[in-house]
Design a protein around this ligand. Structure first.
Ligand code: T4K
Length: 366
């Protein structure tokens, strides 16, 4: 990798010595996975940090989502959005369910709540919306619709770790919320993920599904896989949790610099923080609508200058070949299609120097 390149993000890591100290005990215990002490400690610390009653840890966010879908025994159709990472839609399809694609808002790229009800059929069992870029969905309206139609709501909150809306932790929104702790996220456990959920009765099923479906009596009543977070991941999580507030504070500075330079430029839609939201500044998306250059031209120009922005999320998941091959309807998602063709995520991470932000914006504005 070219050391001079500025990539879209850069993993947060603790000091080497801090991590070594955290994993030292593993050489004595030789207990490396399967709900070890680090795993249990991290679970406890996350409960406090996220203000939730129930949390379950996973080897990655994707399997966390598949496991909660399985534990909640969803069936038939699930309403979701196509403006997301492949994982959300893949998890639905791999669980044997049919995704029904709802369009998104032009402002915050989350599900357009006014279009949900028209998509509900007798086969609908759940809504899986995405807090994309850490922007929070209109959860009050979603909750109202879900209650009226007796649907479960699982949020893909992969981007929303540490985000609060109207004083409520994103982890407490919906019946369940899935987080990704991947290396590219605001908070990472190298690879990793979690599910926070309201109904404590799901606990034993979730624990067993992530461990092949094994029950305490040795029998298996639900087919499970292997999705356990290991001790080295949990140790990284314990270290990174000590620093995550500082990391977010540093990200805010980067965000504010971008905002000062790009926040009011004609033709560029800046991702302003929603009212009532305390952000984690996970991503720095900008959308080129009527700008003098289109998204792809800006992408190439940045690349020529060693800046690797990313087209998250392009293409939309409802245009994946497998959707067509499986005969799943693409749905009417014109807003998602336009945003997907026009969005660029600029570099965003805690240690991104502000003069690099100036340089990036200078290239875009020139
Ligand atoms: N739902 C949503 C909405 C998601 O965005 C994701 C994941 C999931 C569900 C599933 O959660 P996980 O199962 O992943 O926990 C990345 C990530 O792999 C993926 O986690 C993430 N979303 C997605 C948006 O981005 P790529 O293919 O763009 O990653 P990659 O390898 O190109 O890395 C991007 C940049 O990050 C690199 O240019 C440099 C930096 N980086 C990357 C790695 C791997 C680091 O600094 N350190 C690293 O170790 O998918």
């Amino acid at each position: 990798m070219d050391g001079k390149q500025i990539l879209v993000t850069r993993s947060s890591m603790p000091d080497f010595d801090e991590y070594c100290k955290e994993i030292e005990g593993l050489w004595d215990s030789r207990w490396l996975t399967n709900s070890g002490v680090k795993y249990k400690q991290l679970e406890c610390e996350l409960k406090k940090f996220l203000s939730v009653e129930n949390v379950s840890l996973y080897t990655n966010g994707h399997l966390a989502l598949e496991n909660i879908i399985s534990a909640m025994q969803l069936s038939g159709e699930v309403i979701t959005t196509p403006f997301t990472f492949a994982s959300t839609t893949n998890a639905i399809v791999r669980s044997g369910l049919t995704p029904v694609f709802c369009d998104i808002n032009k402002d915050d790229y989350t599900i357009d709540v006014n279009k949900i009800e028209a998509l509900i059929t007798p086969k609908t069992s759940a809504i899986i919306p995405v807090h994309v870029y850490g922007n929070i969905c209109d959860y009050k309206k979603i909750d109202e619709i879900a209650k009226r139609h007796k649907l479960a709501v699982i949020y893909d909150a992969a981007h929303a770790f540490g985000v609060k809306c109207n004083g409520i932790s994103a982890a407490n929104i919906g019946d369940a919320a899935m987080f990704s702790f991947h290396a590219t996220k605001v908070y990472n456990t190298i690879e990793g993920g979690a599910v926070c959920y309201k109904d404590g009765r799901l606990s034993s099923r979730l624990e067993s599904i992530k461990n092949f479906g094994l029950q305490q009596d040795g029998d298996i009543s639900t087919v499970g896989g292997n999705a356990k977070m290991n001790e080295f991941q949990a140790a990284m999580g314990i270290c990174n949790l000590r620093h995550v507030k500082d990391e977010i504070a540093k990200r805010e500075k980067v965000y504010l610099r971008y905002k000062a330079l790009l926040g009011d430029v004609g033709g560029i839609k800046f991702n302003h923080i929603q009212d009532g939201v305390i952000s984690n500044y996970a991503y720095m998306p900008i959308v080129f609508y009527d700008y003098k250059y289109n998204r792809d031209t800006v992408f190439e120009k940045l690349k020529e200058n060693g800046i690797i922005a990313r087209k998250y999320f392009s293409p939309t998941t409802n245009s994946f070949k497998y959707i067509e091959n499986a005969g799943i309807k693409r749905g009417q998602t014109p807003v998602a299609d336009t945003v997907s063709q026009s969005v660029l995520c600029l570099p965003m991470y805690a240690d991104l120097p502000l003069d690099e932000v100036d340089r990036i914006c200078g290239i875009i504005l020139k």
